[in-house]
Design a protein around this ligand. Structure first.
Ligand code: ZN
Length: 372
C-alpha cells in the first residue's frame, strides 16, 4: 500500500505521484476557479506544472548525487511538501548523506538564480502568500516558489532534507543510531510547532505536521531496529517453540490450539515439514463463521507466507515483515523445512531486552552495546 501512482520514468528512475500531491493540485485548481474563473484556474494549473518540474529537478539533484556514491535510485514520489527519492540504501557515511541531502535544495537555488539572472525574475519572499495569485508575473512566482522549496526542505525534520542534513552533522560526532534518535526528536518538535501554527493559520500545515511527525517516528524506529539487527543471523533471533497445524487438520483443532497456546498465528506445514501457509486468529474466526468447525485448515489459511533461509540476517527478515506486511516470516533450512518464526513480537522483545542491558554488557549473539 503506497498511496501513489506511476506516471513515467526519467533516466531509469520511476516517477510516482502521491495521492496527496494530486489532491493538492486539485485543491489549487478548484481554489483558483472559485476565485477567478476558468482562465485563472488554467493559469494556476500551468504554474503548478512548472512547480512540479522544479520539484522533479530537485529530486534529481538527490538522485544524481546518490548515484555518484554508487547508490541505486528506483523511484521518486512527489508529495505536496516536495518529493521523496527512494534510495536503495541510505548512506551511513555522514559526508555522503550530507551531500545527497543538500543536492536537492541546491538545484532550487540554481533555478532561482537562473530565473533572476536570465529571466529578470524579482522574487519577494514576503509575498509568498500571493504565490498562487495571477497578478504576479509567472517568473517571479516561480523564483519565489523555488526559494520556498529551499527553505521548506531545509526544515530540520525527517523526511525533509534538513532532517538528513541534521542527522549527517550529528552523526559525525555521535554515531548513526544516536544521531537519528536526536534528529527525530527535533523533527517531532518542529512538527508540533508547525501543527500549532497551522491551527491558527493554514489547515494544510496541520496535515504536513502530522506527516512529518509520523515520518520522524518511523525513521527513528526503523534505524534503531536495523542497527540492532545488523549482522545478527536469523537463527539467533527466531522463535523455535510454537504449535503447527497440517493442511488436513480441521478448524476445530485450530481453535483448541488458539485457546491452549499464546500464539495468534499458526504455521501450516506439509508432511515434509515445509511451510505451506499461515492460519491467523482472524482466519480461524472467519472460517468458523463461514464454514463451521469442520472446515479444513487448508481452505482457511493464508497461503502467502514469506520464507527466509536460516543463514540470512535478521535485517532481511525484518525488511520482509515490513514490506510484505505479514504477521510472521517463516525461517527454513536448506531442505525447505520450517525451523523457526520471526514475528514483530520477537523483534519488539529483542529491542526491549537490549534496552534493558547495562552499558557494555553483551548478550547472546549480539555484541556489547555501545551507547555513545
Ligand atoms: Zn529533497
Amino acid at each position: 500500500m503506497s498511496w501513489s501512482l506511476s506516471i513515467g520514468r526519467i533516466a531509469g528512475t520511476d516517477i510516482r505521484l502521491h495521492i496527496t500531491f494530486i489532491l493538492f493540485l486539485a485543491w489549487i485548481f478548484g481554489a483558483n476557479w472559485a476565485a477567478g474563473g476558468a482562465s485563472q484556474a488554467w493559469d494556476g494549473l500551468a504554474f503548478m506544472v512548472l512547480l512540479f518540474a522544479c520539484v522533479v529537478a530537485h529530486e534529481f539533484g538527490h538522485i544524481f548525487a546518490a548515484r555518484f556514491f554508487g547508490i541505486a535510485t528506483p523511484d521518486v514520489t512527489l508529495l505536496p511538501i516536495g518529493g521523496l527519492a527512494r534510495l536503495e540504501r541510505i548512506s551511513e557515511e555522514p559526508r555522503e548523506e550530507f551531500a545527497i541531502a543538500i543536492a536537492g535544495p541546491l538545484v532550487n537555488v540554481a533555478i532561482a538564480l537562473i530565473l533572476v539572472l536570465f529571466f529578470g525574475a524579482r522574487p519577494d519572499l514576503g509575498a509568498l502568500t500571493t504565490i498562487d495569485s495571477t497578478k504576479v508575473a509567472m517568473v517571479d512566482r516561480l523564483a519565489m516558489v523555488n526559494l520556498f522549496l529551499v527553505l521548506f526542505n531545509l526544515i530540520p525534520a525527517f523526511p525533509m532534507d534538513g532532517g538528513r542534513v541534521l542527522r549527517a552533522l550529528l552523526a559525525t560526532r555521535l554515531g548513526y543510531a544516536r544521531a537519528t534518535e536526536i534528529a527525530a526528536v527535533i523533527g517531532q518538535g518542529f512538527a508540533f510547532a508547525l501543527g500549532f501554527i497551522g491551527l491558527f493559520s493554514n489547515i494544510m500545515l496541520i496535515f504536513i505536521a502530522i506527516f512529518v511527525y509520523l515520518a520522524a517516528s518511523s525513521e527513528a524506529h526503523f534505524v534503531a531496529i536495523r542497527s540492532m539487527a545488523h549482522g545478527v543471523p536469523v537463527s539467533a533471533a527466531m522463535m523455535t517453540q510454537y504449535a503447527t497445524l497440517t493442511p488436513d487438520a480441521d478448524v476445530e483443532q485450530a481453535v483448541e490450539l488458539l485457546l491452549r497456546t499464546s500464539q495468534g498465528e499458526f504455521p501450516v506445514i506439509d508432511d515434509a515439514g515445509r511451510p505451506v501457509g499461515l492460519l491467523g486468529r482472524a482466519d480461524i474466526v472467519r472460517a468458523l463463521k463461514e464454514r463451521g468447525p469442520n472446515a479444513r485448515v487448508a481452505d482457511a489459511m493464508t497461503t502467502a507466507i514469506p520464507t527466509i533461509g536460516n543463514r540470512y540476517h535478521l535485517e532481511d527478515a525484518f525488511r520482509m515483515l515490513q514490506e510484505k506486511a505479514t504477521p510472521a516470516v517463516a525461517v527454513i533450512d536448506a531442505a525447505g523445512r520450517l525451523v523457526g518464526l520471526i514475528t514483530p513480537e520477537t523483534v519488539g522483545e529483542m529491542m526491549m531486552l537490549r534496552e534493558a542491558l547495562p552499558k557494555g554488557a553483551s548478550f547472546g549473539p549480539w555484541g556489547p552495546i555501545v551507547r555513545t
